[in-house]
Design a protein around this ligand. Structure first.
Ligand SMILES: [Zn+2]
Length: 354
């Protein structure tokens, strides 16, 4: 391998690329890729696509986002004790460095490869670079399988959970606080619903022997009129992370069933504000199962939502597999182990060469 992927990772950390501001990093990536003869490069906005065209029977898409969350005094990369520290080291400039290393030797693989370096993953989905690419050239997503090089400690983190935001609107009746019995306190009613939600036992769904542990959290509560008024309105916002074998409708029905008998059917409402489907693990896909055999660690279920769901929704089996501990993503002390970068690279190279 000619490219020093560890040096590349450090170099890319030093190029700021907060969401919407990926132009310089996209330029760096495109310029680096232009040295390699076995791939063709195209650019759509701040997204860079590199493809080999060797008429191999199967095509593997390898994708990673260029953007990071805002810096927290951690923009300057530092190599220390076998770790690279700095913003985006784990999420996911080490993954991007592995992609550049693989692109360099794409001509030697037994698969055709499409490398997608995309913008705006860390912000609202409507800005996603993947959607921008799809609007301009949906053919980019022609492939048999996709690997998202999101941080997963160089092991398979299969599938991903679905997520939804639900608002529960609780109504009451205003009254003077000195004579509350002529009104109905909506906040007091909300309290019962909040404790029901806080105590719910969600359990774990086993899918392909992976544990998808669900979670449901109340994330916002609003209410109140004045210091001497019994409030007539309270709202509760919750976030439910559900197993990928449930549809959005099924997950929403479940949330409704939790609170149904506490609601006043005339005035209260349960509103689905946003819901996105998860992605099944796809461990039986031939490429993903080879990746699984080649990586020494046992696969985990992905707890969280990732762009794996973007690919799976388009009929392309996909998995997360990349260097970096997902728990360090978005933290001030973010780092990646150099050994994990090397492990992710060699594992991918070996599987692509099979
Ligand atoms: Zn990420």
């Amino acid at each position: 391998m000619g490219t020093d992927i560890v040096a590349l990772c450090k170099e890319m950390i030093a190029i700021p690329s907060v969401s919407h501001d990926e132009e310089n990093l996209a330029g760096f990536v495109a310029n680096h890729l232009s040295q390699f003869s076995s791939i063709g490069i195209s650019r759509i906005g701040n997204n860079v696509i590199a493809k080999s065209s060797m008429n191999r029977p199967n095509r593997v898409i390898i994708a990673g986002h260029l953007d990071t969350v805002p810096a927290d005094d951690n923009l300057v990369p530092r190599l220390e004790d076998g770790r690279i520290y700095g913003l985006g080291s784990a999420d996911m400039k080490s993954g991007l460095a592995v992609m550049l290393g693989l692109a360099e030797i794409a001509g030697s693989f037994s698969f055709d490869t499409t490398f997608i370096f995309y913008a705006c993953e860390e912000v609202a989905t409507s800005f996603s670079g993947l959607l921008e690419i799809e609007r301009v050239n949906p053919d980019v997503f022609r492939g048999d399988v996709a690997v998202l090089m999101e941080p997963s400690s160089s092991r398979i983190e299969a599938g991903c959970q679905g997520t939804m935001r639900v608002e529960i609107i609780i109504r009451g009746q205003r009254a003077h606080t000195a004579r509350p019995w002529v009104g109905v306190n909506a906040i007091h009613r909300a309290a019962g619903i909040i404790s029901r939600l806080a105590e719910v036992d969600l359990g774990t769904s086993m899918i392909d022997s992976l544990q998808f542990r669900e979670s449901l959290q109340v994330v916002k509560v609003h209410g109140g009129v004045a210091n001497n008024v019994v409030p007539d309105l309270a709202t509760i916002v919750l976030n439910y992370r559900f197993a990928p074998n449930k549809t959005v409708e099924e997950a929403f029905e479940f949330v409704k069933s939790l609170v149904e008998n506490l609601l006043d059917q005339d005035g209260d409402e349960v509103v689905l504000e946003e819901g996105v489907l998860g992605a099944l693990p796809n461990l039986s896909d031939p490429f993903i199962s080879r990746l699984r055999e080649a990586s020494s660690a046992v696969p985990n279920a992905k707890l969280g939502w990732t762009d794996v769901a973007f690919f799976v929704a388009r009929g392309i089996p996909a998995t997360n597999f990349g260097p970096g501990d997902p728990l360090l993503a978005h933290t001030k002390n973010e780092f990646v182990e150099v050994s994990e970068i090397e492990l992710a690279f060699t594992t991918m190279r070996n599987v692509l060469s099979l």
